[in-house]
Design a protein around this ligand. Structure first.
Ligand SMILES: [Zn+2]
Length: 377
């Protein structure tokens, strides 16, 4: 086993995203990990932090400075790109997340993409914040954010209208994705140029809103193309249940998936095998919001036992979460005893088998190996 704490946060996360060696499991947030307690501690609050680059950078850095995460992620809201796509915005308050003021489109032919997309207040703030953070934290993993075409379509057209459109006029949804893909790529590339190491590529293509078949037929081709055009590791984030579309997510080509605990950690790793790295494993409500540091530690161990490559939050952290519960993830990653836990030995064993199964295309490898064990016993 390599010595602990020999890697920089950045190299630790990048190695884990591609399934490589690490000194310990990295801890981070692909989604926003800010809370009222962190706002008070650094003296920066919502809503200013959504559109002011200095304040955004200062609040984002709290995840590294105070929590000890390996990541610093900007921005916090899912509306920064939508705001630049002509949406009149309510940036909310300290207690209230931002929201668009109204639905602005009913048909794809109405969409206009401004030529100054990257100079708008809500996009330029993110790009400037990334530059500030890159200069100050060369060794920390800076995570940028793009909400992709499905989320943009909900924001601009209304979620129910989009669901109806997918059911009755899927070609219109394809057209919306075709048009919105361009600002998504432009904004992502600008964040890469500004210095991010990893992109939180989030899309609300979740079970309950989008079927697995719709993901395969309408969304996956868009994700594939964006992956080929953005030169940085994209970590996909989709909320809720996603086990029925995990094969398509892997087929799209993402190196890493920030998965919701709606899919059990062990089930997630079993389904993913060694074809994609998994990030997350800690439940927002049971562990972070309602739990104690001890409960968070046990959930972290559980995610590591299951073989998650990066431990961290499953989705945007509730603002009321206590700092001690977030720090508990980092402490658990550092204290996790790789040599003495049966679970980890099982995880290593499972990972090895999963890798072999993925390479050979033989899904029955585990069953066959079990038969060999019986024979040799
Ligand atoms: Zn989410």
């Amino acid at each position: 086993m390599p010595n602990k704490e020999k890697m920089t946060p950045k190299s630790r996360v990048l190695s884990a995203i591609y399934g490589g060696r690490v000194d310990r499991a990295p801890v981070g947030g692909v989604t926003a990990s800010v809370t009222h307690a962190l706002m008070d501690e650094v003296g920066v609050s919502f809503p200013e932090a959504h559109t002011d680059p200095e304040k955004m950078a200062k609040l984002a850095a709290a995840s590294y400075e105070i929590l000890g995460f390996d990541t610093i992620k900007v921005p916090f809201s899912v509306w920064n790109l939508t705001g630049a796509l002509n949406m009149p915005m309510d940036w909310g308050t300290r207690n209230k997340w931002p929201d668009g003021k109204k639905i602005i489109y009913t048909d794809p032919s109405e969409i206009t993409v401004p030529s100054d997309l990257l100079e708008r207040e809500s996009t330029s703030a993110v790009i400037e914040a990334i530059k500030i953070l890159r200069r100050k934290y060369p060794d920390v993993c800076i995570v940028g954010t793009v909400m992709s075409t499905v989320t943009q379509s909900y924001n601009l057209f209304g979620t129910e209208n989009i669901m109806r459109m997918i059911a009755t006029a899927p070609d219109k949804m394809k057209e919306i994705c075709r048009i919105l893909k361009e600002p998504v790529v432009e904004y992502a590339q600008a964040q890469v140029r500004a210095g991010i190491d990893v992109l939180d590529f989030a899309d609300h293509a979740t079970g309950g809103l989008i079927s697995a078949e719709t993901y395969r037929d309408i969304v996956m081709p868009v994700h594939k193309e964006i992956l080929s055009r953005v030169e940085c590791p994209l970590v996909l984030h989709i909320c809720g249940k996603t086990d029925d579309r995990l094969d398509y997510i892997i087929e799209a080509g993402f190196p890493c998936f920030n998965i919701d605990t709606a899919v059990n950690n062990y089930q997630a790793k079993y389904l993913a095998k060694d074809r994609i790295s998994l990030w997350g494993g800690i439940s927002n409500i049971n562990a972070l919001l309602m739990g104690t540091p001890e409960i968070v530690r046990e959930e972290t161990y559980h995610a590591l036992d299951a073989g998650f490559e990066v431990v961290g939050v499953e989705c945007t952290v509730p603002l009321q979460v206590k700092t001690e519960n977030l720090i508990a993830i980092v402490e658990a990653s550092k204290s996790y005893d790789y040599s003495r836990r049966d679970g980890q030995m099982l995880a290593d064993f499972g990972r090895g088998l999963a890798r072999a199964a993925a390479r050979s295309g033989n899904d029955n490898l585990l069953a066959e190996f079990a038969k060999t064990l019986v024979k040799t016993a």
